[in-house]
Design a binder for this molecule. Structure first.
Ligand code: ZN
Length: 97
């Protein structure tokens, strides 16, 4: 019986000795390659944070994230509305003259 305990104790000793010789896994490289997903504030889809545009806005200076598609869509909508407004202004000034 005592022999069995000695064998088990020796086996555990060898195991912990070998375990102490092993190098820990380098988590730095794994973390660098890992994608950090952030939700777009407009379409609510998740994107890699490196391709998002961040802007602090609002009363509480909250940080908002915008994806490329939403930015382009907002810009195009704004451009179209602006063109529409300039057109209306031209018609109004022509009518006033
Ligand atoms: Zn979006």
């Amino acid at each position: 019986m005592l022999e069995m305990f000695l064998i088990i104790f020796f086996a555990l000793g060898v195991f912990f000795f070998l375990a102490s010789l092993m190098k820990p896994i380098n988590n730095k490289n794994l973390a660098e390659n890992e994608l950090k997903l952030v939700e777009c504030s407009v379409c609510h889809n998740d994107f890699d944070e490196n391709i998002l545009f961040f802007k602090n806005m609002g009363q509480f200076n909250h940080k908002f994230a915008f994806c490329e598609n939403c930015m382009e869509e907002l810009y195009l909508d704004y451009q179209n509305e602006r063109i529409g407004r300039v057109g209306k202004r031209k018609i109004l000034t022509e009518n006033n003259l």
